[in-house]
Design a protein around this ligand. Structure first.
Ligand code: TYD
Ligand code: MG
Length: 456
């Protein structure tokens, strides 16, 4: 028998090395390699080729006579929207997010909803004791829902339990990092364990038709532990995000084999659990009675839904010689550097002697380049210390040449702005002119800056 080999597995990206190193050569993470015994050599490893001796796989045509199994809505509209209409039988979903963001809460609420509507749900908690989960259920007012609750961390025990009864509609595992397979020596939470445990559970889901939801913890740098390993194995990856200091929570799909990846679900964390927010715009706009310099409303789109959010900029002069700070919350910091560079190079506005802070109100994260124009307007307004009118929205992408580029879904953006009482919009050229709202088209960023410096 071959003697078991020692290998070193990166706990961040899953790459395997034959010797220990301080830095992972693949993902460049420091101190991420950990020693693990490799899996026992299979009889195949000793054979020279794999031809012959296998089982024949039945090859079929692409068309199918079988109707696709219907989706199972959770009953939480915002959750279903992100899933692409509901859970697919046999699917594996991974929900990642910072500790304390509300993963267990949303899943317990969804589990209770499904159970109340006649589905069968098994909820396995590896982190909390049964009584702790019951306390949460009590707080959420779902203690009477027929959810089957269990505490356990051994995959073998979980599978034995599941196989002793009919497959549930939904199986929740909270969390995947607490599970261990006794076939491996590695500690729970290591890449090998996470991979082995997920593999077994996903196989159970695929063969039984149960929809599987795994909770995954996020590491300090914002990725699910063993990220690439897990994300490849599951059908759908969702992130639950939000600022702890705010009540808003966003559920976002980053991978979905059964739906789009651009939809978001918006929730508000309340005393009795997560409430769905069907009109997010009203939520992300702060009290706007008094115009403030540096604040501009961006007419954004998340998935198919328009969302208005306030971009806040603060520009502070620093003594000459000091390196000015740039800090961003809720937007891409390299995108901010780009907008600042274009303002400087194409419009003659100097920010180099100023600290610049940019904040997206309400704890939302914006990924759209369409926010460029609103950010630029907020920066100029902050630099000049001149408030923008508070009945104004803006959107448009800025090119390095200083041109303002059209963006998609302008009709939806304008319609939402009009609905919320805005009367003016700064838009890219050839944009839809809104019927309910007055639009001002700017072909270049310089034209926008001229307009702002001339007075409004
Ligand atoms: P939890 O679901 O335990 O987070 P996770 O599973 O992602 O670690 O949520 C914990 C936080 O949510 C905690 O700070 C308390 C808060 N919370 C409420 O505000 N209201 C509630 O009804 C519940 C259940 C939790
Ligand atoms: Mg939890």
């Amino acid at each position: 028998m071959a003697k078991p080999q020692v290998r070193y597995v990166c706990q961040s990206c899953g790459s395997i090395q034959s010797k220990w190193m301080g830095q992972c050569p693949d993902c460049q993470g420091w101190n991420t390699l950990e020693q693990e015994a490799s899996q026992a050599a299979t009889p195949f490893a000793n054979k020279h080729n794999l031809r012959g001796g296998g089982r024949r796989i039945e090859l079929a045509s692409l068309s199918s006579e079988i109707e696709p199994a219907p989706r199972r809505p959770t009953g939480m509209t915002e959750f279903d929207r992100v899933l692409g209409g509901g859970l697919v039988p046999g699917c594996a979903v991974l929900i990642g997010g910072d500790p304390g963001i509300g993963k267990s809460t949303i899943l317990l609420q969804a589990a209770a909803r499904i159970a109340d509507n006649g589905g069968s749900v098994v909820y396995i908690s590896g982190e909390e004791a049964v009584d702790q989960v019951r306390l949460r259920a009590d707080r959420l007012g779902v203690a009477q829902s027929p959810v089957q609750l269990g505490a356990g961390t051994a995959v073998r025990d979980i599978l034995t339990t599941l196989e002793s009864q009919p497959a549930p509609t939904l199986l929740v595992i909270d969390s995947i990092q607490t599970l261990y397979s006794d076939q491996l020596e590695a500690a729970p939470g290591t890449v090998s364990q996470v991979r082995a445990a997920s593999h077994e559970l996903i196989r159970y889901a695929k063969t039984s038709g149960a929809s599987l939801v795994l909770v995954g913890h996020v590491t300090k740098d914002g990725q699910i532990a063993g990220p690439r390993v897990l994300e490849h194995m599951v059908d759908t990856v969702l992130y639950f995000e939000g600022e702890r200091s705010h009540a808003f929570r966003i559920l976002r799909a980053v991978k979905n084999r059964f739906g789009g990846t651009d939809e978001i679900g918006v929730f508000e964390m309340q005393e009795k659990g997560l409430a769905e927010v069907t009109n997010p715009s009203a939520l992300f706009l702060t009290d706007r009675d008094r115009p403030v310099a540096g604040s501009v409303v961006f007419a954004g789109v998340e998935g198919t839904r328009p969302v208005l959010v306030e971009m806040q900029a603060l520009v502070v002069r620093v003594p000459s010689g000091a390196t000015p700070r740039r800090a961003v919350v809720g937007w891409d910091s390299s995108r901010l550097s780009m907008v600042l560079a274009v303002l400087e190079a194409r419009c003659g506005l100097a920010f180099s002697g100023h600290e610049v802070y940019l904040n997206v109100a309400g704890g939302l994260r914006i990924g759209e380049p369409a926010a460029d124009m609103a950010v630029a307007a907020a920066l100029v307004s902050a630099l000049l210390d001149r408030p923008m009118p508070n009945d104004l929205v803006a959107y448009g992408e800025i090119a390095l040449s200083g041109e303002i580029r059209p963006v998609s879904q302008s009709a939806a953006r304008l319609k939402e702005a009009a609905k919320l009482g805005f009367t003016r919009a700064f838009v890219p050229p050839r944009g839809n002119s809104g019927r309910e709202i007055a639009t001002v088209e700017f072909p270049t960023l310089a034209a926008l800056v001229d307009h702002l410096t001339d007075g409004l």
